[in-house]
Write a protein that binds this ligand. Structure first.
Ligand code: PDD
Length: 288
């Protein structure tokens, strides 16, 4: 039994498709021992992966960053993702892919001999944001970013993100906004956007944030909608006095943030830039 998840849901492990409650990995897998691996979360709508190429590009970048060889070519990985989507319980779903360095005797250094990476995939239903979240927005709390300095790697070493997210749960809100040295970084598992004077702002793409697949997409949607976009360091005061704040991720899609630390953002209602970008996002999904 897997608490919280149907045991018969489809998973892929090292070349085999099986049930979630049947798949087993070694206790010495370096993903388990060290968090030595990377992952991707690919959303699919009506049975089709959304932004697959961009997700695979990021997966390759994450692997290269920690010197894990690509375990199979893109076509084979795409076939795995497509088979998981086809076997999903719902047509809108989330494919989770994880690749670890593999199994070896415990030693912090990379294994002295070539080992085979562990490749795991699973598919779960995509629970899209509720109408209330879309229409009234979500609440967040501000916290200090205490994660490491390679947030650009989509690493499975997520303890910092886990502890950040738990603070949101304990505060009874949907997400956190993290600040490092007084500047906006991102959420626990999402990117954060600020709108000031009709302009969309995001923190620059660097080692302090994960470049979400929606990061590039939002820039595209902004351009399409005629909304100017600028990536630059954003001090906390500019977030707290913003006209609008938005949050994006594979699972949150695009949502308005309407309360920060209990105070309203702008007039406390989703704003016009949110509406434009949200409409663009919905149109991309509909066109899949
Ligand atoms: N998280 N920043 C962090 C730290 C994230 O974990 C995520 C995504 C994002 C947004 O990336 P994208 O637009 O590609 O979803 C930004 C996924 C959903 C997760 O860990 O489940």
């Amino acid at each position: 039994m897997i608490p919280g998840m149907p045991g018969d849901s489809l998973v892929y492990l090292n070349g085999e498709f099986t049930r979630a409650d049947q798949a087993k990995i070694s206790v010495l897998d370096r993903g388990f021992i060290f968090g030595d691996g990377i992952y991707e979360v690919v959303p699919a709508y009506h049975g089709k992966a959304f932004r697959m190429a961009e997700h695979l590009n990021r997966l390759e970048r994450s692997l290269a960053a920690i010197s894990i060889p690509m375990p199979m070519d893109r076509a084979a990985l795409t076939a795995v993702i497509e088979k998981l989507i086809a076997g999903a319980a719902t047509k809108d779903c989330i494919v989770y892919l994880q690749i670890t360095r593999g199994v070896y005797k415990r030693d912090h250094a990379f294994p002295a001999q070539a080992i085979t990476p562990t490749v795991f995939g699973m598919v779960t239903p995509l629970v899209v944001p509720s109408a209330q979240q879309r229409e009234q927005g979500v609440a967040v709390v501000s916290i200090k970013d205490e994660r490491w300095l390679h947030c650009e790697i989509k690493s499975v070493s997520l303890l910092g993100n886990v502890l950040a997210r738990q603070q949101a749960v304990e505060a009874g809100v949907d997400e956190v906004i993290q600040y490092r040295d007084g500047f906006l970084t991102e959420g626990s598992s999402s990117n954060i956007w600020v709108v000031r004077g009709g302009k969309l702002l995001a923190p620059p793409k660097n080692n302090l944030i994960l470049e979400g697949i929606r990061y590039g997409l939002m820039a595209e949607l902004a351009e399409q909608a005629g909304v100017p976009f600028e990536a630059r360091p954003i001090p906390r005061a500019e977030v707290e006095s913003a006209d609008e704040v938005l949050v994006t991720s594979a699972t949150k899609e695009v949502l308005p943030v309407t309360r920060i630390d209990g105070k309203p953002v702008g007039d406390g209602k989703p704003g016009p830039v949110y509406r434009l970008l949200r409409a663009g996002y919905d149109a991309r999904i509909a066109a899949l």
